[in-house]
Design a protein around this ligand. Structure first.
Ligand SMILES: Nc1nc2c(ncn2[C@@H]2O[C@H](COP(=O)(O)OP(=O)(O)OP(=O)(O)O)[C@@H](O)[C@H]2O)c(=O)[nH]1
Ligand SMILES: [Mg+2]
Length: 246
């Protein structure tokens, strides 16, 4: 099977419109500049779709809308924004039949978005990142054919902590969960405090307290930071912890 990037490249070349799917909690971090550069190079029409908007407040949504155009806010979970998105696609294609490629980082919600748009042939989804392995065609209306693609991140990007935060690498598979979790605790300290109801001088102390609180202990009763780190990454990646935006 061709690599994930090879498959995405083919879709970028062949589709008429490209949807870049972004996670509303981490909009800038889930923008794939390598994908965006290619879209520009091929002269394709791009549409930003910001999904998981059920996890952020309205203010965040409105701010992002101003900077990214054209963009549509949706929640696949709550089936919000899907009608507007279909309308937007038809507006961009001037009512003509159109092939739309759906691309983005792993686990941002590409397949869920396609399902929310009402495809009869459902795209398979999972909380595990890297789930979609090949391009799938899903017709959502007589005029709109969607291409679901495997998630990719920029080749040059080796930022493991970021990949843990945005869920591009699954919490169960991440190689250095402590580094990723400590970075996340630092960046989202208020959200972490609210969710776990613990506080500490620094991220490490917070992680230790989480380990104690959830009984993630090694022999001898010491906190098992690796297991606690995976718990934090899991809660974040699955959307249990909502970011503080004020
Ligand atoms: N809260 C919330 N969760 C969502 C939403 N859309 C998707 N998810 C969750 O995000 C996770 C990933 O969803 P997928 O649709 O499989 O993501 P994907 O981009 O296709 O992932 P890959 O195929 O692995 O690249 C799943 O656990 C979904 O339940 C949404 O609108 N709101
Ligand atoms: Mg998928």
């Amino acid at each position: 099977m061709p690599s994930f990037w090879e498959q995405v490249n083919k879709v970028l070349r062949e589709a008429d419109i490209i949807i870049e799917v972004l996670d509303a909690r981490m909009i800038e971090e889930t923008r794939n500049k390598e994908v965006e550069d290619k879209i520009q190079k091929y002269g394709k029409q791009m549409l930003y779709v910001i999904t998981k908007s059920d996890l952020v407040d309205q203010k965040t949504a409105e701010q992002a809308k101003k900077t990214l155009t054209p963009s549509v806010f949706i929640s696949a979970k709550e089936r919000f924004g899907t009608t507007i998105l279909k309308k937007k696609i038809l507006e961009l294609s001037r009512g003509q039949p159109v092939v739309v490629g759906v691309v983005g980082y792993p686990n941002v919600g590409k397949s869920s978005l396609i399902n929310a748009l009402g495809g009869k042939h459902k795209a398979k989804t999972s909380s595990e990142s890297g789930y979609t392995k090949g391009v799938q065609k899903i017709r959502i209306s007589p005029k709109i054919l969607l291409l679901d693609t495997p998630g990719v991140f920029p080749n040059k990007e080796k930022d493991l902590a970021k990949h843990g935060k945005i869920g591009a690498v699954d919490y169960s598979k991440i190689k250095d969960p402590e580094v990723a979790a400590l970075t996340l605790i630092n960046e989202e300290s208020e959200a972490m405090r609210d969710y776990y109801d613990v506080s500490g001088e620094d991220a490490e102390e917070v992680l230790e307290k989480i380990a104690f609180k959830f009984n993630k202990l090694s022999k001898g009763g010491l906190p098992n930071l690796e297991i606690a780190a995976r718990l934090v990454l899991k809660d974040w990646q699955t959307g249990k912890i909502k970011p503080c935006t004020y």
